[in-house]
Design a protein around this ligand. Structure first.
Ligand code: SAM
Length: 264
């Protein structure tokens, strides 16, 4: 499975930042998020019209962590997607590679054990988590395919994956209204909130470039996950993909190739 090259770095939650070149490097992506960290959560709240809070609650329900379970929240940003897991009694580890986002996260949630790490070379041992989740992050990962393999590697056999990402409204009339919002209302709002409002014009394009719900399922399955299923939120603006690591995994060799730290 080959992930298509991303067109834009949109995918913030809603707090898109700046248009990216086709070949944006991981360091540039991290720097971009460093730049928006301080206003990231406020911007998300406003531009999603408060829906982001509902989506985050749905993610926790989908992961369904038992008290004490170890949960990796990958591309955790400021930890807003991680804190509900701690509240649910899980031992959540927020991981991100933007030091700006991590610093803002530590300021907001000093009790959370933030870890600096790249999704494509995770600094964790094999099978060290009961569940891995990634919210509005997979589209930002420069190589989502390798990221999905790494998530599989660090999840214990039988453990769960939940991916929360922007997707595609399924009802055509709603899709039309939604694209109008993205293309017209969002840039207008962003002009008041963001220092890089032009980027919002491109958010719709980045969402269009992202695979459909079915397409993302295929990516996840191709990375070695089983029982892949999804649920739409807000009519498909967002989808939650759920999968399970099989008891026997065939990708350790591949994981070792991309991340030499992987145990033989
Ligand atoms: C839109 S934010 C999402 C933050 C948080 N999960 C949320 O729901 O608000 C995307 C995050 O992905 C992170 N990210 C992008 N590529 C990454 C990578 N390869 N490894 C780790 N984090 C990455 C960015 O630094 C950014 O903080």
């Amino acid at each position: 499975m080959t992930a298509p090259r991303r067109l834009f770095t949109a995918p913030v939650g809603w707090a898109t930042v700046t248009r990216a070149r086709l070949d944006k490097q991981p360091r540039e992506i991290a720097a971009m998020f460093d730049g928006v960290a301080a206003r990231y959560d406020l911007t998300n709240d406003v531009l999603s019209l408060g829906q982001d809070r509902r989506w985050r609650r749905a993610v926790v329900r989908a992961v369904a962590p038992a008290p004490g379970e170890r949960v990796l929240d990958l591309a955790a940003g400021t930890g807003t997607s991680s804190s509900p897991f701690a509240a649910a009694g899980a031992r959540v580890v927020p991981c991100d590679f933007s030091t700006g986002m991590l610093r803002e996260g530590k300021r907001q949630w000093p009790q959370l054990p933030f870890v600096a790490g790249d999704a494509t070379r995770l600094p964790f041992a094999d099978a060290s988590f009961d569940a891995v989740t990634i919210s509005f992050g997979l589209r930002n990962v420069h190589d989502p395919d390798t990221g999905l393999h790494e998530m599989l590697r660090v999840t214990r056999p039988g453990g769960r994956l939940v991916v929360c990402e922007f997707s595609h409204p399924t009802w055509a009339p709603f899709r039309t209204v939604y694209v109008e919002y993205l293309m017209r209302a969002l840039p207008a709002l962003a002009r008041r909130l963001s220092t890089s409002p032009d980027a919002y014009v491109y958010l719709a394009e980045s969402i269009r470039a992202w695979p459909s719900q079915r397409g993302l399922s295929a990516w996840i399955a191709a990375a070695g996950w089983t029982d892949v299923r999804w649920r739409d939120l807000s009519g498909g603006i967002v989808s939650l993909h759920h999968a399970v690591r099989p008891e026997r995994t065939r990708n350790t060799q591949r994981a070792r190739a991309v991340n030499p730290q992987v145990r033989a």
